[in-house]
Design a protein around this ligand. Sequence first.
Ligand code: COA
Ligand code: HC5
Length: 633
Amino acid sequence: MTLLGTLSRVMAKGGMAKPSFLVKPVSVTKIPGRYLAHQESLPKLPVPPLKQTCDRYLTALEPIVDEEQLKHTRRLLEEFQLPGEVGERLQKSLERRASKLENWLSDWWLKTAYLDYRMPVVVHSSPGVVLPRLEFNDHLGQIRYAASLIAGVLDFKTMIDNQTLPVEYLGGKPLCMNQYYQILSSCRIPGITSDSVVNHASSSRPPTYITVVRNFQFFVLDVYHNDGTPLTVDQLYTQLEKICNSSPQPSEDPIGILTSNHRDSWGKAYANLIKDRKNKESVQKIQTSIFIVCLDSPMPRVADKMYHTRAALQMLHGGGSQWNSGNRWFDKTLQFIIGEDGTCGLIYEHAPAEGPPIVALIDHVVEYTKKSEMISSPLAPLPVPQKLRFNITPEIKSDIEEAKQNMNLMVHDLDAKVVVFTHFGKNVPKSYKMSPDAFIQVALQLAYYRMYKRCCATYESASLRMFKLGRTDTIRSASIDSANFVRAMDDPVKQHPEKVTLLEKAVKAHRAYTDMAIHGQAIDRHLLGLKLQAVEELSVLPEIFKDKSYASANHYKLSTSQVPAKTDCVMCFGPVVPDGYGVCYNPMEKHINFAVSSFNSCADTSATHLAHALEGALLDMKRLLDQTLKSKL
Ligand code: COA
Ligand code: HC5
């Protein structure tokens, strides 16, 4: 219950704390020049009109709640909007907030969706990315690749430091680039009831080292010389060799596994851990470092067709305490993971940024590593990387044991299936003049309907980066039009031309919702804003937020996201409700990479089953179009 579980907890507290969660906020104004000029030119996130949101909310409920419930909600919404009533008052307060802040939503969103959300970041929040499998198949290949990957990330960092990153565009509009400045040198810090995020990139002495973890042991690796030039690939390789030589056996106490625990438990364990001065210094080194490189131990081998699924799980959780789950610091924003068998990817802590900046970094690194060669550089006497030491008290030992057990339960509970769909990619929907993203989303609706004979609340991430400090809003993929199509598709009474018309309507409706969302006119963040505003200024919550429909609308059995990349990678994340699915996809021109996840503890879901249903739905939709439209030519 990711994004929504938190909302009710914010409510329970009866009020919002002042935004003290950013221990060290990265102020946009600290990054001068070109970047700032660009940022200043971006529009502010609007507050949509109240009536528009209420009307659209009701329309969005239609395919997912029954008629009686809909009637009840309609009445509540009418009352909410009466002149002089609570809706009007909250809307005005929200508009006032929007006029004062750079972005009325971003602080609230960070806190609600991430820092106050207490489930483990592993599986429940942090996404994983699998790179195309690499050629190496031994330990030397692993550290050679690690060296060139580190050099590639540092090369990308130069563009961040010099503000030479090209501005991105969506729908012809320039996007907010702030998230790029949040992904390096940052870390989440656990608290007892809420976390914080620190970022050291713009501090007076930004870090010049990364953390390398091997056999559950953490090392500080300086990646710049005193003159500010980065170490060469060759030099990085030599340093990584030294690290590996001093960590031949797994540590008895995989301290990093603590970061996988429930946030309240980790918050408590953390307070205890850093009471010791040495521990505190070691933890701070990890938190401050630019990023982490995890040199993983070999994982159990699987058949080739299972490779992507196994690799996705390695990225998401590391395989359990007996494998690589302790070879992480899950609070760190960026952790690159490199196995000995050519497996490579990353996991990232989601609070500071969305997927696209991370994927842009990956695209750059992958290109860089293809070009980079091991040129022998003069053997400069480089210092031995410092191993971080921890004093493990019996209490810390028992916290580690508890975290191990919880991690192993999560590992057993997560079911995943990666499908490389090779029949077609964006090319086919495009050839039928349809939005590929909308086509895939409608296929998902069909797949779900075929399995459950009903539609469910569906979330797709939409970028709000057209606006200053924008993050995301929700595209509600289950629409009246998608419902009409999925019901008709397998109806033997319906003729093909009618099905095609319904499919075209559903795809168009999805694309129209997408346009509305990326222009700041969707309903979900607005409703959240009204709700959080109510928490701040009212003693009781308006009825529309206590309504059953609101709970149903936010119980996303399908939580989905498209993250397009140039690199042929697989992106994945866990479901957000116990009886739901996570579906992430990277549509390429001629194929599509999907990762589907679900929980084994739910008898009604199966990642494999949905993945197959999705393949079937895509193929059937193409066949329908081919048969009907091609025959017309
Ligand atoms: N006919 C022919 N081609 C079409 C078309 C049509 N009717 N509609 C779209 N296309 C083309 C587009 O021009 C585009 O071309 P390209 O491949 O050359 O770039 C391509 O098809 C893809 O368009 P579409 O599938 O409609 O999706 P999109 O790229 O506009 O993406 C979202 C849609 C929702 C994913 C995007 O708006 C977004 O918000 N992305 C960010 C999501 C995000 O942040 N995810 C991570 C969260 S952590
Ligand atoms: C590398 C791919 C990362 C995708 C992560 C993503 O889509 O996160 C969503 C963020 C948002 O605000 O919509 C949340 N989601 C995983 C629950 C869809």
